[in-house]
Design a protein around this ligand. Structure first.
Ligand SMILES: NC(=O)c1ccc[n+]([C@@H]2O[C@H](COP(=O)([O-])OP(=O)(O)OC[C@H]3O[C@@H](n4cnc5c(N)ncnc54)[C@H](O)[C@@H]3O)[C@@H](O)[C@H]2O)c1
Length: 286
């Protein structure tokens, strides 16, 4: 039996990741600094121990992860602009450093963690060099949030080397839950409204699947993968959107009509990632 610590467990993505692990018979230790009475009741009902810990503190990180075999680390300030720029950088970096070093101290078998599509150059005020944008279109942080993820990936690479623990960074696209899909048609009138991430998104349930796959995939050292839906969030062909909004950006290969412009080929190949969910299953595309 394996036990996985999930940090950021009471957050938007964390809740779905925890549920997915339980559905697959994997025991969970949940960790978050935000533990409301409702969250406590929810996790009690799931039979999941929930530890309140501030992961910017190393001692709390070590304590919170003790007893787990591996960790899925999602706790962070999750976007630019939610906190002052320097605070986002120093807080996320402290959390990432502490969780990575705690994993090494506790000799966990693997670290899976949430990096971000923002490391690839979002919001593309400067057009991407090519599309689909893939893992090699890196590092282009334009915010301290993105920089915190780039710093995290660099730190992960070195701690992986020192410790021998495989680290898997998931460069998540914009996470959507089924409740978010009602807003999708509102994006369609203006092709520029979602150009900031090349019209990408990812369903939280597919993130949960990617996390599970990343726990056992044949990865050594530290590797990073773009995790996005298989399609864009728009109801127009992807090549047409690119030509209109980013004229001059070349396509490196043929793409499907609505195919994502955030390349997930490497995740498919190495992790076995296969997105199963689309807004198209929830909303009429016409
Ligand atoms: N939501 C997205 O679109 C998106 C896209 C790319 C990457 N990500 C990354 O995915 C992860 C999860 O994002 P989310 O959307 O679920 O965010 P969220 O804010 O819903 O969840 C993050 C959780 O981290 C917890 N947390 C924050 N500071 C903490 C601390 N000091 N100690 C312990 N816990 C702390 C919060 O309480 C929260 O529950 C983050 O790392 C985020 O950067 C999210």
């Amino acid at each position: 039996m394996t036990t996985v610590a999930v940090t950021g467990a009471t957050g938007k993505t964390g809740r779905v990741v925890v549920t997915g692990l339980l559905e697959h018979g994997i025991d969970v230790l949940a960790v978050d600094v935000a533990v409301s009475a409702a969250a406590r009741a929810e996790f009690d009902a799931l039979g999941v121990p929930l530890t309140r810990a501030d992961l910017t503190d190393y001692g709390q990180a070590v304590d919170a992860l003790a007893g787990a075999d591996s960790v899925i680390h999602l706790a962070n300030i999750p976007a630019p602009g939610l906190a002052p720029a320097a605070h986002t950088l120093t807080t996320n970096t402290a959390m990432n450093d502490n969780v990575f070093l705690a994993a090494a101290r506790l000799k966990l078998s693997r670290v899976v963690w949430a990096s971000s599509e923002t490391t690839l150059g979002l919001p593309f005020d400067v057009p991407p060099r090519y599309a689909p944008v893939d893992e090699d279109h890196y590092p282009y942080p334009t915010t301290t949030y993105a920089l915190s993820k780039v710093a995290g990936e660099t730190t992960a690479a070195h701690i992986a080397e020192w410790s021998g623990i495989p680290f898997v960074a998931l460069r998540l696209s914009n996470v959507h839950t089924p409740e978010d899909y009602a807003r999708v048609p509102g994006y369609w009138a203006d092709a520029r409204s979602r150009r900031w991430n090349l019209w990408g998104y990812v369903d939280a349930r597919d993130v949960a699947a990617a996390c599970r796959q990343a726990l056992t995939a044949p990865v050594t050292g530290a590797q990073s993968f773009v995790i996005a839906a298989a399609d864009t969030i728009m109801n127009r062909p992807s090549a047409e959107l690119l030509a209109e909004v980013f004229p001059g950006v070349r396509l490196t290969r043929e793409i499907g009509t609505y195919e994502t412009l955030l390349g997930i080929d490497r995740a498919r190949e190495v992790l076995g990632y296969q997105p199963q969910h689309s807004w198209r299953d929830a909303v009429d595309a016409t």
